[in-house]
Design a protein around this ligand. Structure first.
Ligand code: ZN
Length: 390
């Protein structure tokens, strides 16, 4: 058992300074002053001068590796546990990507299971960019209903030269099947949608909301910040139709494409434009392939997107773009938890899973990370390593 003393809790809403008792993988008690019963093996963690936040949720990670667009040698490697926890992330949703041929659902499920065994929480989407969607059991609904870890479909590519160019009706059918699969299994039934830079932008999502009874909460379009035009369309989609939008964090902030919007800035733009704070999420696109630039901005080769960029953009939103900590945190905790229907994740409350991040109050540097009540990082030192990390 652990007792975190005198931390300023952002749950993500500001709950002031409190003590938090943790045991059995859960948050047992939150109160102003809890006694440290050392006889019962309670270990005290000093939270003074620190903020306590929910563990981050990254709803779009190529846990198995992605890429491959430059030939087989550009397929990116699998993610390691420390790539995830060092960014304060304690829950991931794994996805395939452009390549639904050499990357398979069975491997994706096995990888998610492995990450779970290593101590974090992991789910997956069924399918890849491709339509018709390649599934494990034969169709979307069966995958969601029968496979515990499958919480939705994705990333389905639209408005992109790499997509299968589905019709809007085919797209609506995918969302419908995913929604019903979710209803029948008590899961989210969320479709994660890869947005390319095609001119149709969010047209298909508007079609679903206008022509069907499906609510906006079953669709999460991602990479919305890839261009100014898409960012503006995303803001309009969220404001006028109550849509949800996801901003990608993994691009190198020093070498952003001139048309790309930094995720932290995109959040500020959306909030200033009147988008509700619970309608914006961040995800990393971690482990996807990314161009790497030299000091002069010249292309030097390919690298791998980092899950830790999720935390960086949340922190930059607060420290650089002046977004309140509560709103910035929502984008990486309670908002994805709500869309993914993860009832015990993304918030700090009694009975929630003990997925927690303790960070320095002034610069938000990560001090301690806990996943399901186990300390993974302590005083900045990584304690938990993946099976092949030493
Ligand atoms: Zn994508």
């Amino acid at each position: 058992m652990y007792l975190i003393k005198k931390a300023h809790i952002y749950a993500p809403e500001d709950q002031g300074t409190q003590d938090v008792l943790i045991g059995g993988g859960q948050i047992l008690k939150i109160a102003g002053d809890l006694p440290a019963e050392e006889d019962y093996g309670v270990e005290v963690i000093d939270g003074s001068g620190k903020v306590l936040m929910p563990g981050l949720i990254d709803a779009h990670v190529h846990i198995l590796g992605g890429g491959g667009e430059g030939g087989a040698k550009t397929r990116t490697p699998e993610i390691m546990l420390t790539d995830i926890i060092t960014g304060g992330v304690t829950t991931v949703v794994g996805c395939l990507g452009t390549d639904g041929c050499t990357r398979t659902m069975s491997s994706l499920l096995a990888k998610a299971k492995g990450l779970e065994e290593e101590g974090i929480t992991a789910y997956v989407y069924t399918g890849s960019y491709q339509v018709p969607v390649r599934t494990l059991t034969g169709n979307i609904m069966d995958d969601i209903i029968l496979l515990e870890k499958v919480v939705g479909t994705g990333e389905i590519a639209i408005s992109d030269h790499r997509s299968s160019q589905p019709s809007k009706k085919e797209f609506a059918r995918i969302v419908a099947d995913t929604r019903v699969g979710g209803i029948l299994s008590g899961k989210a039934g969320l479709v994660n949608i890869h947005m390319g830079d095609g001119e149709n932008r969010l047209k298909f999502l508007r079609y679903v909301l206008k022509k069907t009874e499906i609510p906006a909460s079953n669709m999460l379009p991602t990479h919305i910040n890839r261009s100014r035009a898409l960012m503006e369309d995303g803001i309009d989609y969220a404001r006028t139709l109550g849509g949800y939008i996801d901003l990608t964090t993994s691009s190198d902030p020093d070498f952003l494409d001139p048309d790309e919007v930094k995720a932290s800035t995109g959040l500020k733009m959306a909030l200033d434009a009147g988008v509700l704070a619970d309608h914006v999420t961040f995800s990393s696109d971690g482990q996807g392939s990314l161009p790497v630039f030299g000091p002069g901005g010249e292309f030097v080769g390919l690298g791998v997107g980092k899950v830790a960029s999720l935390y960086r953009e949340m922190r930059d939103a607060v420290l650089t773009d002046q977004v309140p900590l509560t709103d910035a945190l929502r984008a990486v905790t309670s908002n994805p938890a709500a869309l993914l229907k993860l009832a015990k994740k993304g918030k700090i409350f009694e009975g929630a899973d003990a997925d927690l991040v303790l960070a320095e109050k002034d610069n938000l540097r990560i001090h301690t990370v806990m996943a399901k009540g186990v300390v993974m990082i302590r005083a900045g030192q990584v304690l938990a390593k993946g099976t092949f990390e030493h």
